[in-house]
Design a protein around this ligand. Structure first.
Ligand SMILES: *[C@@H]1O[C@H](CO)[C@@H](O)[C@H](O)[C@H]1NC(C)=O
Ligand SMILES: *[C@@H]1O[C@H](CO)[C@@H](O)[C@H](O)[C@H]1NC(C)=O
Length: 297
């Protein structure tokens, strides 16, 4: 065996080993779900780990138990949830070199908030799966068997979403986007209006978001949970009414480029995917081929 051959195979082995180290993935669950449910995020975590040879996957848990985590999805101020998550991520040595992020449903919006407010360690690719990036203006139908709590939520959101006690206790009110009374939304929303820079520009939000290599957004074409479904791509009702939709590119957020999305779009760093299904209905194969393969390397 020649020295040259030996050297050559060492280089190959080094390249191979290097190539097999994938960046960790951080996940943020949706409403009513938790970090660790074996049939939802626990399952997705295994999918990614298996596909990427044991890559570290960190599923965000708010509080210190699955119960507090699930409750926080409804009742803990999102700003505090992001602060807490930022502290946990900074304290995790396995995330110190950066990570990819994926959020499901409202978690897709919260994790963008995290990207804007928590630049270190850096997030590389951010994937929002059915995330209401422009908020919601409408409540999904309550289950047929009827639930008092569901009816109560609907009523509160339509009548008093921006009352300060609601803003501080009901998560879904914090991304309620009243497109008819825009001023009310801008004044009252403690989370969405802030991260979408509706009242003032925080330069660090823009520069932090620019650290992303790609911002990937998935819309479900039969979605009746996120209203309007186009919010998953930053689309929303044009201001002043609730019928006519506007795309991201037509919005003031983009035109004024308050988040640098125009720059990212022109550089091909915004990626839009559609799934012809209901909210969060996708197959393992779709997830592996469309998300894990292209974005989690
Ligand atoms: C997968 O990980 C194991 C343990 O860390 C390692 O021995 C193996 O070489 C890796 N395989 C690939 C294909 O990266
Ligand atoms: C901008 O956002 C950062 C991160 O959340 C925050 O620390 C800072 O206070 C904000 N600046 C202004 C002017 O609001």
């Amino acid at each position: 065996m020649s020295v040259r051959y030996l050297l050559g195979s060492w280089v190959l082995i080094l390249l191979f080993c290097h190539g097999s180290t994938y960046l960790p993935v951080v996940m943020w669950h949706g409403m009513g779900d938790s970090c660790c449910n074996p049939s939802s995020l626990g399952y997705i975590k295994k999918l990614i780990e298996n596909e990427h040879n044991g890559t570290y996957v960190y599923s965000i848990m708010i509080g210190s138990s699955v119960i507090s985590d699930t409750e926080s999805g409804f009742f803990k101020n999102v700003n505090d949830q992001i602060d807490e998550t930022c502290r946990k991520i900074k304290a995790d040595p396995l995330l110190a070199d950066g990570y990819h992020a994926v959020g499901f449903s409202q978690g897709g919006l919260f994790i963008r908030g995290l990207a804007q407010r928590c630049p270190d360690p850096p997030m590389k690719n951010l994937v929002s799966i059915g995330g209401p990036q422009q908020g919601v203006f409408g409540v999904p139908p309550c289950p047929a068997e009827g639930s008092k709590l569901c009816e109560y939520f609907r009523k509160i959101l339509h009548t008093a979403a921006y009352a300060s006690w609601i803003q501080n206790t009901l998560v879904q009110a914090e991304f309620w986007h009243d497109s008819i009374d825009i001023e009310d939304y801008k004044r009252g929303s403690v989370f969405l209006a802030d991260i979408n820079q509706e009242n003032a520009i925080n330069e660090s939000y823009r520069s932090n978001l620019q650290q992303l290599e790609k911002l990937v957004m998935v819309m479900f074409l039969q979605d009746i949970i996120i209203i309007p479904k186009e919010s998953a791509w930053f689309g929303f009702y044009a201001p002043g009414q609730d019928q006519k939709l506007q795309t991201l590119q037509e919005s003031s957020l983009y035109q004024e480029d308050r988040l640098g999305l125009k720059i990212m779009d022109r550089a091909g760093r915004l990626q839009f995917h559609a799934v012809d299904g209901q909210h969060l209905h996708f197959t393992d194969k779709w997830f592996l081929d469309t998300i894990v393969g292209p974005y989690f390397n």
